[in-house]
Ligand binder design. Structure first.
Ligand SMILES: [Zn+2]
Length: 87
């Protein structure tokens, strides 16, 4: 099943680039918007606490799909299912 979920993530890096909000600069406790079936290199969407949303080049979508699979296995109670939609 294709699942869209939102996950709070610790600071994420790729090389020397850190995932951060391009508007307010928030980098910790960002929300990663995950498509469980999308393991591509396309920049993933992220959102900060101020509601800014952007495509983050430091975080390819496969990272989100991997994080989601791990979380689903280890801590399914931490997944915010309120954001889940049938794809
Ligand atoms: Zn922001």
């Amino acid at each position: 099943m294709n699942v869209i979920a939102e996950l709070r993530v610790p600071p994420l890096y790729r090389g020397d680039r850190q995932a951060a909000c391009p508007v307010c600069g928030q980098f910790d406790e960002l929300t990663l918007i995950i498509d469980s079936e999308d393991a591509s290199e396309t920049p993933a969407f992220m959102r900060c606490d101020d509601g800014h949303q952007w495509a983050e080049p430091a975080v390819p979508r496969r990272i989100g799909a991997g994080l989601f699979a791990l979380r689903l296995r280890d801590h399914p109670e931490l997944i915010d299912w309120s954001a889940v939609q049938d794809g």
